[in-house]
Design a protein around this ligand. Structure first.
Ligand code: ADP
Length: 436
């Protein structure tokens, strides 16, 4: 039967009893009132017991109140069972999560929107010297005070980690990667990259030293070959081999030279500040040199759409632009064209070299700036390429906050564009009239 019907029936029963007594005693109103009062007091008593039981939270010993009250008690018990079940599940999940992050070989620190530490795992405690509850609630920038890290944390570019030595582990190199999530919260992922950094330093040293050591013997060989080439007493049959040896020695010198340039670029940390470089004048000179080559495309043009200068390192920029022009001239046939352009706009400053050469297959484009990567090994070797030119260009652009964009259609030609940020644009040379 429905609860409300039962309650109504009970009330009707009490009132009927009151009425009967009223008819017997002749005081109907009084008897009805007493019956209602008794009914209400009984209800209040049961309500009181229910509230008392609920407050005590003694769910294992529910009161027996009868009727509608038992239904409420049963419902409360059911809700409580469900709550306990969900709570248990959450606790189990939380423990599993905590145990799994504790087992991670990397440090994990959870930060709230104010940058305060909310939680951290065992590895993070070890690497950052964090202590139990003492460091919970402490701002991470109070613990890690390295200026580079503070700048990284305050910025918005978290695409790559920051690698640095912290005061908490001065012997180690830590990679600190901020991963934003939720509403302003962040995960700080810490990895010990000491081995990697040391290996990288060893590799750089090795390449720089090996290149340096190879230079002197090669200079001797080149010198003797030059003498032999000019010596008329040397048998004629050695003419061709000596010429080939000179060509190969020159190639080797080119590779060693480029390796040394790359090593020097790698050794320099951060972006260059540099001075205002007159790109227009530099490009005009590069064009002149290209036109003076014995093997070159039919036309090498230069469009200067801005007289603005570029803040940077003169030698490095020259090396990057010369490499791009050199490739275009090298890989474009005699009847082809090479066009250079320098311009500035809202986005920044740009330099492009377009050629009508063989183009580059789409799958090779992402790999072009890798060291020694060549699309067509035969063609590149024949043209005397070291395979390091574009790696140098990429490094130079990185040091100037810029990036290289490569667009190419196989069989039709390629366009290599260097993009520099606005902050690198410097005013034109005083007195120049075509500046924008
Ligand atoms: P390389 O000294 O061999 O030219 P780079 O690093 O300058 O080395 O270039 C890498 C490779 O990219 C080259 O070997 C060549 O296959 C390809 N490449 C570079 N520039 C061009 C271009 N303008 N047209 C076609 N292929 C190019």
């Amino acid at each position: 039967m429905k609860i409300w019907l039962l309650v109504l029936l009970k009330l009707a029963g009490v009132l009927a009893l009151g009425l009967v007594f009223g008819l017997i005693t002749g005081r109907i109103a009084l008897c009805l009132l007493i019956a209602l009062l008794a009914y209400t007091v009984h209800r209040i008593w049961k309500l009181h017991r229910l509230v008392h039981w609920l407050r005590q939270r003694n769910y294992s010993n529910p009161p027996s109140l009868g009727g509608m009250w038992d239904e409420i008690v049963t419902e409360v018990l059911r809700l409580n069972r469900r709550k306990r079940y969900h709570k248990q599940r959450l606790v189990t999940m939380l423990h599993e999560l905590r145990d799994s992050t504790a087992a991670l070989p990397d440090g994990v620190v959870l930060l709230n929107a104010r940058g305060e530490i909310v939680r951290f795992n065992r590895m993070a405690a070890e690497m950052l010297d964090l202590h139990g509850r003492k460091d919970i609630g402490i701002r991470i920038d109070n613990l890690l005070r390295q200026p580079e890290f503070l700048k990284y944390l305050a910025g918005s570019d978290f695409s790559s980690p920051k690698v640095l030595q912290t005061s908490t582990a001065p012997e180690s190199w830590l990679s600190l990667h901020v991963l934003p999530y939720g509403e302003g919260q962040r995960i700080l992922l810490i990895r010990n990259v000491t081995r990697h950094v040391r290996l990288e330093a060893m590799r750089k040293d090795f390449v720089a030293n090996a290149s340096h050591e190879l230079r002197s013997p090669l200079t001797v060989i080149t010198g003797y070959l030059e003498t032999l080439a000019g010596d008329e007493t040397v048998n004629e049959q050695f003419g061709a081999p000596i010429a080939e040896m000179r060509r190969q020695a020159d190639r080797m010198a080119g590779i060693i030279g480029d390796l040394l340039v790359l090593s020097r670029l790698e050794a320099k940390e951060g972006e260059v500040e540099g001075e205002a470089v007159d790109v227009a004048a530099m490009l005009a000179l590069l064009r002149k040199e290209a036109l003076a080559r014995p093997r070159r495309p039919a036309s090498v043009t230069l469009t200067i759409d801005s007289q603005h200068r570029l803040l940077g390192d003169d030698i490095e920029l020259h090396s990057a632009f010369a490499n791009l022009l050199d490739n275009a001239v090298k890989y474009t046939p005699a009847e082809g064209n090479v066009a250079m352009r320098w311009w500035t706009d809202e986005a920044g400053a740009h330099f492009s070299v377009t050629d009508t050469g063989p183009g580059i297959p789409a799958e090779s484009i992402p790999r072009l700036t890798e060291r020694f990567y060549r699309v067509d090994t035969g063609r590149s070797r024949a043209s005397g390429g070291s395979g390091l030119g574009l790696a140098i260009v990429k490094h130079v652009l990185q040091r100037h906050g810029g990036q290289l964009d490569i667009a190419s259609v196989e069989g039709r030609g390629s366009t290599f564009t260097c993009h520099f940020p606005r902050r690198r644009i410097a005013p034109p040379v005083a007195g120049s009239n075509t500046g924008r």
